[in-house]
Each structure stands twice: as C-alpha cells, then as structure tokens.
Design a protein around this ligand. Structure first.
Ligand code: 5GP
Length: 139
C-alpha cells in the first residue's frame, strides 16, 4: 500500500504542486494551518527522517531552503515555522517523511515550537552531562 503522498507523486490523486524536481516535491497542505501551509517531501517513500538516504536528505534540505522564502513571500508572512513530525509519538500521521512550512504572522495567536512537547523535565547538571555524552558518542 503506497502512502497518500506517494499517490500525489504518481499523480493518482490531485494536489496543488508548487515545486518538483527529480527527487523531491512540494505541495499545499490539504488542511492548512495558515495560508500557504506547504509540505515538502522526498518522492521516494521513507517513513522517518533517518530512513532518508544522505543524498536525498541533501536534496530535501535544498528544496526546503528554496521553498521557505517562496512560501513566505507568496502570502506576505512575517516568519514561518518549519518542522517535521518525526514518528507516531510526535504526531506524524502520514508515514512518508514530510516537512511542514507553516507561514506565521505577527499576532496570529500561535506559539513557538517549544509548545509541542509535554511538561518540561527537571534535569540536574549530571543528568544533562550524561545525556550530552551519550548523544555525542552516537553522533
Ligand atoms: P503529519 O501529522 O503526518 O505531520 O501531517 C500530515 C499532513 O498531511 C496534515 O497536515 C494533513 O493536512 C496533510 N494531508 C493529509 N492528506 C493529504 C492529502 O491528501 N493532500 C494534501 N495536500 N495534504 C494532506
């Protein structure tokens, strides 16, 4: 079963495509959180960010880099929130990597990305040191 986004790539279901190249495509979100809300995806089906091969990840970032100013300018936005829901627990509903470009406007009532997680944990210095060491050893 291909994802709904693969069906868009294949032209099997309609979408408002705003950019396309060999490996990536961008189209308007069907349920926009703001005018101009755009999704950028790799054409090949990969569920999470780290499933994307490095060369395609570079292409994906290049398309995001190109689309952010295009989207902001098109709707005269003051800023944008650019984010991935990476996995079920983070709210990813479509299992095909996609970057949300959400135009933001002064006084739009939204918040920063800091609002997406639950209650902030209280971490002691030694716990922070251990986490930093662990991440560094895996990076
Ligand atoms: P997620 O929660 O997986 O990060 O976001 C999925 C996004 O895909 C949602 O914002 C939703 O509105 C959008 N979406 C779902 N189905 C379709 C579709 O068929 N066409 C388009 N253009 N967007 C879709």
């Amino acid at each position: 079963m291909s994802t709904i986004f693969s069906q868009i790539v294949e032209g099997e279901i309609p979408a408002r495509i705003v950019y396309e190249d060999e490996t990536t495509i961008a189209f308007l979100d069907a349920n926009p959180l703001a005018p101009g809300h755009t999704l950028v995806i790799p054409k090949d089906e990969h569920e999470r960010l780290n499933d994307v091969p490095e060369d395609v990840a570079s292409d994906l970032y290049a398309t995001i880099h190109r689309l952010v100013p295009a989207v902001e300018d098109a709707v005269d936005a003051d800023a944008s929130t650019v984010a991935f829901n990476n996995g079920d627990a983070a709210g990813q509903e479509v299992p095909h990597v996609h970057c949300h470009i959400i135009p933001r406007f002064e006084g739009d009532g939204g918040g920063p990305i800091h609002g997406v997680a639950g209650d902030p944990p209280e971490l002691a210095d030694d716990e922070l040191d251990a986490i930093a060491d662990d991440v560094e050893s895996r990076a």
